[in-house]
Write a protein that binds this ligand. Sequence first.
Ligand SMILES: CC(C)(COP(=O)(O)OP(=O)(O)OC[C@H]1O[C@@H](n2cnc3c(N)ncnc32)[C@H](O)[C@@H]1OP(=O)(O)O)[C@@H](O)C(=O)NCCC(=O)NCCS
Length: 395
Amino acid sequence: MSVTKGLDGVLVTESRLSRVDGLAGELTIGGFPLEELAPNATYEEALFLLWEDRLPTGSELSALQTELAALRQLPGPTLEILRAAAAKSLPPMDALRMGADTLTLADPDPADSSPVANQGRAKAIVARVATIVAAYWRLLNGKPVVGPRPDLHHAANYLYMLRGTEAEADEVRGLDTYINSVIDHGMNNSTFTARVIISTGSDMISAVVGAIGSLKGPLHGGAPGPALDMVFELRKRAAASGKSLEAEAEAYVRQTVDAGGRIMGFGHRVYKVRDPRADVLGAAAEKLFKKAGDIQLNKDARAVEQVVLRVLEELKPGRGLKTNVEFYTALVLHGLGFETGLFTPTFAVGRVGGWTAQVLEQIAEAHLIRPGSGYRGELNRKWVPMEQRSGNRKR
Ligand SMILES: CC(C)(COP(=O)(O)OP(=O)(O)OC[C@H]1O[C@@H](n2cnc3c(N)ncnc32)[C@H](O)[C@@H]1OP(=O)(O)O)[C@@H](O)C(=O)NCCC(=O)NCCS
Protein backbone atom coordinates (compact mmCIF):
# COMPACT_ATOMS: atom_id res chain seq x y z
CA MET A 1 0.00 0.00 0.00
CA SER A 2 1.54 3.33 -0.96
CA VAL A 3 1.29 6.39 1.28
CA THR A 4 0.33 9.81 -0.08
CA LYS A 5 1.75 12.12 2.56
CA GLY A 6 -0.44 15.12 3.30
CA LEU A 7 -2.99 13.63 0.87
CA ASP A 8 -1.19 15.62 -1.87
CA GLY A 9 -3.16 15.39 -5.09
CA VAL A 10 -5.72 12.99 -3.59
CA LEU A 11 -9.32 13.88 -4.48
CA VAL A 12 -11.46 13.27 -1.40
CA THR A 13 -14.77 14.52 -2.78
CA GLU A 14 -16.43 16.38 -5.64
CA SER A 15 -17.53 19.94 -5.00
CA ARG A 16 -19.42 22.50 -7.06
CA LEU A 17 -18.10 25.34 -4.89
CA SER A 18 -14.63 26.09 -6.22
CA ARG A 19 -12.04 24.72 -8.60
CA VAL A 20 -8.33 25.34 -8.19
CA ASP A 21 -6.15 24.70 -11.24
CA GLY A 22 -2.65 24.95 -9.81
CA LEU A 23 -0.83 24.48 -13.09
CA ALA A 24 -2.85 27.00 -15.10
CA GLY A 25 -3.09 29.41 -12.14
CA GLU A 26 -6.89 29.55 -12.31
CA LEU A 27 -9.48 29.76 -9.57
CA THR A 28 -13.18 29.30 -10.29
CA ILE A 29 -15.72 30.13 -7.60
CA GLY A 30 -19.30 28.97 -8.13
CA GLY A 31 -18.65 28.83 -11.87
CA PHE A 32 -17.12 32.32 -12.10
CA PRO A 33 -13.45 32.98 -12.79
CA LEU A 34 -12.10 34.72 -9.68
CA GLU A 35 -11.27 37.84 -11.74
CA GLU A 36 -14.95 38.08 -12.74
CA LEU A 37 -16.49 37.51 -9.33
CA ALA A 38 -14.22 39.05 -6.70
CA PRO A 39 -14.06 42.69 -7.85
CA ASN A 40 -17.77 42.85 -8.82
CA ALA A 41 -19.74 40.99 -6.15
CA THR A 42 -20.63 42.07 -2.65
CA TYR A 43 -19.76 39.41 -0.09
CA GLU A 44 -23.47 38.66 0.33
CA GLU A 45 -23.73 37.93 -3.41
CA ALA A 46 -20.76 35.57 -3.16
CA LEU A 47 -22.36 33.86 -0.14
CA PHE A 48 -25.65 33.45 -1.99
CA LEU A 49 -23.75 32.02 -4.95
CA LEU A 50 -22.05 29.40 -2.79
CA TRP A 51 -25.14 28.51 -0.81
CA GLU A 52 -27.65 28.54 -3.71
CA ASP A 53 -25.46 27.93 -6.78
CA ARG A 54 -26.66 31.08 -8.58
CA LEU A 55 -26.56 34.85 -8.22
CA PRO A 56 -29.38 36.43 -6.21
CA THR A 57 -32.02 38.71 -7.66
CA GLY A 58 -32.28 42.20 -6.16
CA SER A 59 -34.99 41.19 -3.69
CA GLU A 60 -33.19 37.98 -2.71
CA LEU A 61 -30.04 39.97 -2.06
CA SER A 62 -31.73 42.51 0.16
CA ALA A 63 -33.53 39.71 2.01
CA LEU A 64 -30.18 38.02 2.69
CA GLN A 65 -28.60 41.30 3.78
CA THR A 66 -31.47 41.94 6.20
CA GLU A 67 -31.29 38.41 7.55
CA LEU A 68 -27.52 38.56 8.11
CA ALA A 69 -27.77 42.01 9.71
CA ALA A 70 -30.34 40.68 12.20
CA LEU A 71 -27.96 37.89 13.24
CA ARG A 72 -24.89 40.01 14.02
CA GLN A 73 -25.33 40.57 17.76
CA LEU A 74 -23.23 38.37 20.05
CA PRO A 75 -24.56 36.49 23.07
CA GLY A 76 -23.49 38.08 26.39
CA PRO A 77 -21.16 35.19 27.36
CA THR A 78 -19.34 35.51 24.02
CA LEU A 79 -18.48 39.11 24.85
CA GLU A 80 -17.43 38.07 28.35
CA ILE A 81 -15.04 35.48 26.91
CA LEU A 82 -13.63 38.06 24.52
CA ARG A 83 -13.05 40.45 27.41
CA ALA A 84 -11.27 37.70 29.37
CA ALA A 85 -9.12 36.91 26.33
CA ALA A 86 -8.27 40.60 25.86
CA ALA A 87 -7.29 40.87 29.54
CA LYS A 88 -4.66 38.21 28.78
CA SER A 89 -3.79 39.79 25.42
CA LEU A 90 -4.44 36.49 23.65
CA PRO A 91 -3.77 36.46 19.89
CA PRO A 92 -6.93 37.30 17.87
CA MET A 93 -7.18 33.84 16.27
CA ASP A 94 -7.31 32.24 19.73
CA ALA A 95 -9.99 34.69 20.80
CA LEU A 96 -11.93 34.03 17.58
CA ARG A 97 -11.77 30.28 18.16
CA MET A 98 -12.97 30.68 21.75
CA GLY A 99 -15.68 33.15 20.76
CA ALA A 100 -16.92 31.02 17.87
CA ASP A 101 -17.28 28.07 20.23
CA THR A 102 -19.79 30.01 22.34
CA LEU A 103 -22.10 30.66 19.39
CA THR A 104 -24.01 27.51 20.29
CA LEU A 105 -25.51 29.71 23.02
CA ALA A 106 -27.23 31.83 20.36
CA ASP A 107 -28.44 28.83 18.37
CA PRO A 108 -32.24 28.56 18.56
CA ASP A 109 -32.08 24.75 18.72
CA PRO A 110 -28.60 23.20 18.69
CA ALA A 111 -30.06 19.69 18.40
CA ASP A 112 -31.96 20.53 15.20
CA SER A 113 -29.89 19.28 12.26
CA SER A 114 -32.55 19.77 9.59
CA PRO A 115 -31.50 21.47 6.34
CA VAL A 116 -33.47 24.61 7.29
CA ALA A 117 -31.78 24.80 10.70
CA ASN A 118 -28.35 24.32 9.11
CA GLN A 119 -28.97 27.03 6.52
CA GLY A 120 -29.96 29.42 9.32
CA ARG A 121 -26.90 28.35 11.30
CA ALA A 122 -24.63 29.06 8.33
CA LYS A 123 -25.95 32.63 8.14
CA ALA A 124 -25.65 33.15 11.90
CA ILE A 125 -22.06 31.91 11.96
CA VAL A 126 -20.99 34.08 9.01
CA ALA A 127 -22.68 37.15 10.53
CA ARG A 128 -21.26 36.65 14.02
CA VAL A 129 -17.69 35.68 13.12
CA ALA A 130 -17.22 39.20 11.74
CA THR A 131 -18.67 40.69 14.94
CA ILE A 132 -16.38 38.56 17.12
CA VAL A 133 -13.26 39.64 15.22
CA ALA A 134 -14.17 43.33 15.27
CA ALA A 135 -15.23 43.31 18.93
CA TYR A 136 -12.09 41.48 19.99
CA TRP A 137 -9.81 43.74 18.02
CA ARG A 138 -11.23 46.80 19.76
CA LEU A 139 -11.06 45.15 23.20
CA LEU A 140 -7.47 44.09 22.56
CA ASN A 141 -6.65 47.69 21.77
CA GLY A 142 -8.36 48.99 24.90
CA LYS A 143 -11.33 50.45 23.01
CA PRO A 144 -15.04 49.98 23.71
CA VAL A 145 -16.88 47.50 21.50
CA VAL A 146 -18.83 49.09 18.64
CA GLY A 147 -22.07 47.23 17.98
CA PRO A 148 -23.15 46.27 14.45
CA ARG A 149 -25.18 48.65 12.24
CA PRO A 150 -28.10 46.84 10.57
CA ASP A 151 -28.29 49.38 7.74
CA LEU A 152 -24.77 48.55 6.50
CA HIS A 153 -23.92 45.54 4.39
CA HIS A 154 -21.47 42.91 5.60
CA ALA A 155 -18.13 44.45 4.56
CA ALA A 156 -19.19 48.01 5.39
CA ASN A 157 -20.44 46.89 8.79
CA TYR A 158 -17.20 45.02 9.55
CA LEU A 159 -15.19 48.16 8.85
CA TYR A 160 -17.66 50.20 10.92
CA MET A 161 -17.41 47.83 13.91
CA LEU A 162 -13.60 47.97 13.73
CA ARG A 163 -13.32 51.73 13.39
CA GLY A 164 -16.45 53.18 14.93
CA THR A 165 -16.89 55.33 11.83
CA GLU A 166 -18.32 54.59 8.41
CA ALA A 167 -15.83 53.58 5.73
CA GLU A 168 -15.53 55.17 2.30
CA ALA A 169 -17.17 53.32 -0.61
CA ASP A 170 -13.83 52.37 -2.21
CA GLU A 171 -12.59 50.89 1.07
CA VAL A 172 -15.73 48.77 1.32
CA ARG A 173 -15.16 47.72 -2.30
CA GLY A 174 -11.55 46.77 -1.47
CA LEU A 175 -12.67 44.64 1.48
CA ASP A 176 -15.46 42.97 -0.50
CA THR A 177 -12.91 42.10 -3.19
CA TYR A 178 -10.58 40.62 -0.58
CA ILE A 179 -13.17 38.53 1.29
CA ASN A 180 -14.62 37.33 -2.01
CA SER A 181 -11.14 36.30 -3.15
CA VAL A 182 -10.63 34.07 -0.13
CA ILE A 183 -14.20 32.83 0.37
CA ASP A 184 -13.45 29.35 -0.92
CA HIS A 185 -10.42 27.56 -2.27
CA GLY A 186 -10.88 23.88 -3.00
CA MET A 187 -9.88 21.34 -0.39
CA ASN A 188 -7.56 23.61 1.61
CA ASN A 189 -6.60 22.51 5.10
CA SER A 190 -9.23 24.43 7.09
CA THR A 191 -12.02 23.43 4.69
CA PHE A 192 -10.93 19.82 4.86
CA THR A 193 -10.85 20.08 8.66
CA ALA A 194 -14.42 21.41 8.67
CA ARG A 195 -15.57 18.64 6.35
CA VAL A 196 -13.81 15.94 8.41
CA ILE A 197 -15.56 17.15 11.55
CA ILE A 198 -19.04 17.47 10.05
CA SER A 199 -18.68 14.10 8.30
CA THR A 200 -18.98 12.38 11.68
CA GLY A 201 -22.47 13.82 12.11
CA SER A 202 -21.11 16.55 14.39
CA ASP A 203 -22.45 20.12 14.24
CA MET A 204 -21.58 23.14 12.10
CA ILE A 205 -20.19 25.22 14.96
CA SER A 206 -17.77 22.43 15.89
CA ALA A 207 -16.70 22.24 12.24
CA VAL A 208 -16.07 26.00 12.03
CA VAL A 209 -14.20 26.06 15.34
CA GLY A 210 -11.91 23.32 14.01
CA ALA A 211 -11.43 25.23 10.77
CA ILE A 212 -10.42 28.36 12.68
CA GLY A 213 -7.80 26.32 14.52
CA SER A 214 -6.45 25.10 11.19
CA LEU A 215 -6.39 28.54 9.58
CA LYS A 216 -4.34 29.92 12.46
CA GLY A 217 -1.22 28.02 11.39
CA PRO A 218 1.44 29.96 9.45
CA LEU A 219 1.49 27.37 6.67
CA HIS A 220 -2.16 28.16 5.94
CA GLY A 221 -3.63 31.51 6.99
CA GLY A 222 -1.01 32.91 9.28
CA ALA A 223 1.40 34.19 6.64
CA PRO A 224 0.18 37.66 5.52
CA GLY A 225 1.28 39.46 8.69
CA PRO A 226 4.84 38.11 8.48
CA ALA A 227 4.92 38.80 4.71
CA LEU A 228 4.33 42.51 5.25
CA ASP A 229 6.54 42.61 8.34
CA MET A 230 9.32 41.32 6.07
CA VAL A 231 8.89 44.29 3.71
CA PHE A 232 8.92 46.74 6.64
CA GLU A 233 12.00 45.04 8.10
CA LEU A 234 13.84 45.20 4.76
CA ARG A 235 13.03 48.89 4.41
CA LYS A 236 14.47 49.47 7.88
CA ARG A 237 17.61 47.51 7.05
CA ALA A 238 18.07 49.45 3.80
CA ALA A 239 17.67 52.77 5.62
CA ALA A 240 20.21 51.72 8.26
CA SER A 241 22.81 50.22 5.89
CA GLY A 242 22.47 52.69 3.03
CA LYS A 243 22.18 49.70 0.67
CA SER A 244 19.31 49.34 -1.75
CA LEU A 245 16.08 47.60 -0.75
CA GLU A 246 16.79 45.00 -3.43
CA ALA A 247 20.24 44.23 -2.00
CA GLU A 248 18.80 43.81 1.51
CA ALA A 249 16.01 41.61 0.13
CA GLU A 250 18.50 39.39 -1.68
CA ALA A 251 20.67 38.99 1.44
CA TYR A 252 17.57 38.21 3.52
CA VAL A 253 16.28 35.51 1.17
CA ARG A 254 19.69 33.86 0.95
CA GLN A 255 20.19 33.88 4.72
CA THR A 256 16.67 32.64 5.44
CA VAL A 257 16.77 29.81 2.91
CA ASP A 258 20.33 28.82 3.91
CA ALA A 259 19.13 28.52 7.50
CA GLY A 260 16.28 26.25 6.33
CA GLY A 261 13.63 28.97 6.76
CA ARG A 262 10.80 30.00 4.43
CA ILE A 263 9.88 33.29 2.88
CA MET A 264 6.34 34.11 3.89
CA GLY A 265 3.93 34.88 1.06
CA PHE A 266 5.68 32.58 -1.43
CA GLY A 267 5.09 28.98 -2.44
CA HIS A 268 1.87 26.99 -2.49
CA ARG A 269 0.91 23.36 -2.20
CA VAL A 270 -1.29 23.56 -5.31
CA TYR A 271 -0.23 26.61 -7.35
CA LYS A 272 3.06 26.10 -9.11
CA VAL A 273 2.50 29.28 -11.13
CA ARG A 274 1.37 32.66 -9.85
CA ASP A 275 -1.63 32.44 -7.49
CA PRO A 276 -4.48 34.11 -9.44
CA ARG A 277 -5.65 35.81 -6.26
CA ALA A 278 -2.36 37.75 -6.15
CA ASP A 279 -3.29 39.78 -9.26
CA VAL A 280 -6.86 40.48 -8.17
CA LEU A 281 -5.63 41.62 -4.78
CA GLY A 282 -2.67 43.51 -6.24
CA ALA A 283 -5.12 45.58 -8.33
CA ALA A 284 -7.39 46.14 -5.30
CA ALA A 285 -4.39 47.24 -3.22
CA GLU A 286 -3.26 49.71 -5.85
CA LYS A 287 -6.66 51.42 -5.82
CA LEU A 288 -6.52 51.79 -2.06
CA PHE A 289 -2.95 53.01 -2.06
CA LYS A 290 -3.72 55.80 -4.49
CA LYS A 291 -5.99 57.16 -1.86
CA ALA A 292 -3.97 56.39 1.22
CA GLY A 293 -0.90 57.92 -0.39
CA ASP A 294 1.19 54.86 0.51
CA ILE A 295 2.25 54.30 -3.07
CA GLN A 296 5.84 53.85 -1.98
CA LEU A 297 5.04 50.78 0.13
CA ASN A 298 3.31 49.22 -2.85
CA LYS A 299 6.35 49.91 -5.01
CA ASP A 300 8.73 48.56 -2.37
CA ALA A 301 6.64 45.41 -1.89
CA ARG A 302 6.68 44.77 -5.63
CA ALA A 303 10.45 45.31 -5.75
CA VAL A 304 10.94 42.86 -2.87
CA GLU A 305 8.61 40.37 -4.61
CA GLN A 306 10.75 40.42 -7.78
CA VAL A 307 13.94 39.77 -5.81
CA VAL A 308 12.36 36.97 -3.77
CA LEU A 309 11.06 35.26 -6.94
CA ARG A 310 14.45 35.50 -8.65
CA VAL A 311 16.48 34.25 -5.68
CA LEU A 312 14.02 31.45 -4.81
CA GLU A 313 14.21 30.25 -8.40
CA GLU A 314 17.99 30.20 -8.11
CA LEU A 315 18.13 28.52 -4.67
CA LYS A 316 15.18 26.16 -5.13
CA PRO A 317 15.06 25.57 -8.87
CA GLY A 318 12.08 23.72 -10.29
CA ARG A 319 9.99 23.97 -7.10
CA GLY A 320 7.65 26.54 -8.69
CA LEU A 321 7.78 28.92 -5.72
CA LYS A 322 5.63 31.89 -6.76
CA THR A 323 3.89 34.73 -4.97
CA ASN A 324 0.84 33.43 -3.09
CA VAL A 325 -2.35 35.10 -1.90
CA GLU A 326 -0.85 36.17 1.41
CA PHE A 327 1.63 38.64 0.00
CA TYR A 328 -1.05 40.76 -1.68
CA THR A 329 -3.54 40.17 1.11
CA ALA A 330 -1.06 42.00 3.28
CA LEU A 331 -1.04 44.97 0.90
CA VAL A 332 -4.83 45.20 0.59
CA LEU A 333 -5.38 44.96 4.31
CA HIS A 334 -2.62 47.46 4.99
CA GLY A 335 -4.33 49.77 2.48
CA LEU A 336 -7.46 49.47 4.63
CA GLY A 337 -5.43 50.63 7.62
CA PHE A 338 -5.40 47.19 9.29
CA GLU A 339 -2.54 46.21 11.56
CA THR A 340 -0.88 42.87 10.84
CA GLY A 341 -2.54 41.16 13.84
CA LEU A 342 -5.89 41.62 12.15
CA PHE A 343 -4.88 39.95 8.87
CA THR A 344 -5.51 36.27 9.64
CA PRO A 345 -8.79 36.91 11.52
CA THR A 346 -9.99 38.92 8.50
CA PHE A 347 -9.06 35.96 6.30
CA ALA A 348 -11.40 33.94 8.56
CA VAL A 349 -14.14 36.57 8.13
CA GLY A 350 -13.98 35.81 4.38
CA ARG A 351 -13.33 32.06 4.45
CA VAL A 352 -16.14 31.30 6.91
CA GLY A 353 -18.62 31.62 4.03
CA GLY A 354 -16.81 28.83 2.21
CA TRP A 355 -16.55 26.70 5.33
CA THR A 356 -20.32 26.82 5.86
CA ALA A 357 -21.05 26.03 2.20
CA GLN A 358 -18.60 23.13 2.23
CA VAL A 359 -20.11 21.84 5.47
CA LEU A 360 -23.59 21.93 3.90
CA GLU A 361 -22.20 20.06 0.89
CA GLN A 362 -20.58 17.45 3.14
CA ILE A 363 -23.80 16.97 5.11
CA ALA A 364 -25.58 16.26 1.80
CA GLU A 365 -22.81 13.85 0.81
CA ALA A 366 -23.34 11.94 4.07
CA HIS A 367 -20.08 10.02 3.95
CA LEU A 368 -17.69 9.67 6.90
CA ILE A 369 -14.17 10.85 6.01
CA ARG A 370 -11.78 8.31 7.38
CA PRO A 371 -8.50 7.83 5.51
CA GLY A 372 -6.08 5.06 6.37
CA SER A 373 -2.46 5.11 7.49
CA GLY A 374 0.42 2.73 6.90
CA TYR A 375 1.85 1.05 10.00
CA ARG A 376 5.58 1.20 10.74
CA GLY A 377 5.59 0.08 14.36
CA GLU A 378 6.51 -3.34 15.74
CA LEU A 379 4.33 -6.41 15.59
CA ASN A 380 3.62 -9.33 17.89
CA ARG A 381 5.16 -7.87 21.06
CA LYS A 382 4.85 -10.07 24.13
CA TRP A 383 3.44 -8.68 27.37
CA VAL A 384 6.20 -8.18 30.02
CA PRO A 385 5.21 -8.12 33.69
CA MET A 386 6.21 -4.88 35.47
CA GLU A 387 8.96 -6.46 37.61
CA GLN A 388 10.72 -7.81 34.50
CA ARG A 389 10.77 -4.49 32.57
CA SER A 390 14.00 -2.56 32.28
CA GLY A 391 14.06 0.95 30.80
CA ASN A 392 13.44 1.32 27.09
CA ARG A 393 15.02 -2.00 26.13
CA LYS A 394 13.01 -3.58 23.31
CA ARG A 395 11.97 -7.20 23.44
C1 LIG B 1 2.65 27.08 1.44
C2 LIG B 1 3.70 25.99 1.67
C3 LIG B 1 3.46 25.38 3.06
C4 LIG B 1 3.52 24.91 0.61
O1 LIG B 1 4.53 24.02 0.82
P1 LIG B 1 4.61 22.57 0.19
O2 LIG B 1 3.72 22.40 -0.95
O3 LIG B 1 4.44 21.62 1.32
O4 LIG B 1 6.04 22.55 -0.36
P2 LIG B 1 7.25 21.84 0.31
O5 LIG B 1 7.24 22.07 1.78
O6 LIG B 1 7.25 20.43 -0.16
O7 LIG B 1 8.45 22.65 -0.32
C5 LIG B 1 9.08 22.31 -1.53
C6 LIG B 1 10.48 22.92 -1.51
O8 LIG B 1 10.35 24.34 -1.62
C7 LIG B 1 10.87 24.97 -0.45
N1 LIG B 1 9.94 26.04 -0.10
C8 LIG B 1 8.59 26.01 -0.13
N2 LIG B 1 8.09 27.20 0.20
C9 LIG B 1 9.15 28.00 0.45
C10 LIG B 1 9.26 29.34 0.85
N3 LIG B 1 8.18 30.09 1.06
N4 LIG B 1 10.48 29.86 1.04
C11 LIG B 1 11.57 29.10 0.83
N5 LIG B 1 11.54 27.82 0.44
C12 LIG B 1 10.33 27.27 0.27
C13 LIG B 1 10.92 23.89 0.62
O9 LIG B 1 11.90 24.19 1.58
C14 LIG B 1 11.23 22.68 -0.20
O10 LIG B 1 12.59 22.68 -0.49
P3 LIG B 1 13.36 21.27 -0.73
O11 LIG B 1 12.75 20.68 -1.96
O12 LIG B 1 14.79 21.69 -0.93
O13 LIG B 1 13.15 20.46 0.50
C15 LIG B 1 5.13 26.57 1.57
O14 LIG B 1 5.36 27.07 0.28
C16 LIG B 1 5.39 27.65 2.62
O15 LIG B 1 5.74 27.32 3.75
N6 LIG B 1 5.25 28.96 2.25
C17 LIG B 1 5.46 30.03 3.18
C18 LIG B 1 4.22 30.22 4.05
C19 LIG B 1 3.06 30.82 3.29
O16 LIG B 1 3.22 31.77 2.54
N7 LIG B 1 1.87 30.24 3.54
C20 LIG B 1 0.64 30.71 2.93
C21 LIG B 1 0.17 29.74 1.89
S1 LIG B 1 -1.19 30.37 0.99
